[in-house]
Design a protein around this ligand. Structure first.
Ligand code: ATP
Length: 304
């Protein structure tokens, strides 16, 4: 698997408080990676480190395989466009002039891309209106246009839908999907709105108290949400030949747990296994909601 961003054992302390604690991260190329965690979990800190806004204490991260301590990291980081916390926009300038300002800063020889960027984020018709008069959703979209000015192939968005109304949320969702699908931009997006993230993310990283609790692809997560029969056994490996012989769809969760997704009769399963001297410790039926999965991973003592 190719990762555009990877982190290994990343730790960041504020005095004695570990905002990031041995955190690992793997953002696959072409993904929309949802970094999900409650307020204070460490999402912004992680993003600030990757964007070079703060220094790493211990551990390392890689952008396109280049280590954070390598001189090359500055070059490779220019392939990232980011909005960290709030979009950096000039209130007294129009959308167009904000983008021109950014292109100037980046040393762009032309401003040919401005119209396309305005169109891409749905701000073609705002004319000379100053950004200070924009709605929150428009500001967020302008922020994204500015982040795209350097023609990045990774876009990092820190809580981009915070405070947006439903229409604003839909606009941002569609824009993210468009950038990912049509422009092949890998997107790392942090949020504590699991529901919203689940509409777009192809991969998830669940962060809690500075640790990466679980990284999982959308497909794996959908599998977890499926109705299943959980078979607890002494040795999962010994059961496999029987399951294969019956064309049963399953997943080995660990050496003592098998998840069965086929529609089977539990009494027959138990009787067949016992006939083959295969011991079953427990069988239960399970189906999980996304919310439950999240809460099991990171606890429910907050408003996440
Ligand atoms: P939020 O969604 O609220 O921004 P987050 O997951 O992005 O949450 P961070 O902003 O990374 O979390 O903060 C992680 C922890 O580190 C929090 O407990 C926060 O109070 C603490 N923290 C962040 N920045 C600093 C700082 N400059 N000095 C001290 N503590 C900090």
């Amino acid at each position: 698997m190719n990762y555009v961003i990877e982190a290994a054992s990343l730790t960041k302390k504020y005095k004695n408080f570990k905002a990031l604690d041995d955190l690992n991260l793997h953002v696959p190329v072409g993904s929309i990676y949802g970094l999900i965690g409650k307020n204070g979990a460490g999402k912004t800190t992680l993003i600030r480190l990757i964007c070079g806004l703060q220094k790493v204490d211990t551990g390392e991260y890689y952008i396109y395989g280049i280590k954070n301590t390598d001189k090359e990291i500055l070059n490779v980081r220019s392939r990232i466009g980011a909005i960290v916390e709030t979009p950096a926009i000039y209130e007294n300038l129009s959308a167009r002039d904000n983008i021109i300002e950014e292109l100037t800063l980046l040393g762009s020889p032309t401003f040919d891309d401005v119209d396309e960027l305005l169109k891409l984020v749905g701000l073609s018709d705002v004319g000379a209106k100053k950004a200070g008069k924009f709605s929150l959703g428009m500001r967020q979209r302008l922020g994204i246009a500015i982040a795209l000015a350097g023609n990045p192939d990774i876009l990092i968005l820190d809580e981009p839908i915070n405070g947006l109304d439903p229409e604003g949320i839909i606009d941002i969702r569609e824009l993210i999907l468009k950038l990912n699908k049509e422009k092949n931009i890998t997107i790392l997006i942090s949020s504590h709105y699991l529901d919203e993230l689940s509409k777009i993310a192809t991969h998830y990283g669940f962060v809690d108290k500075g640790k990466m609790k679980k990284e999982i692809s959308k497909d794996e997560l959908i599998n977890k949400m499926k109705h299943r029969i959980v078979l607890k056994v002494n040795d999962a490996k010994k059961i496999i030949p029987y399951l294969d012989s019956q064309n049963i769809t399953y997943e080995i969760e660990n050496d003592k747990t098998i998840n069965i997704f086929s529609n089977i009769k539990i009494p027959k399963l138990i009787s067949d296994l016992s006939k083959n001297n295969l011991e079953v410790i427990d069988v239960l039926e399970a189906s999980e909601t996304l919310e439950n999965y999240f809460l099991n991973l990171i606890g429910s003592d907050d408003n996440a």
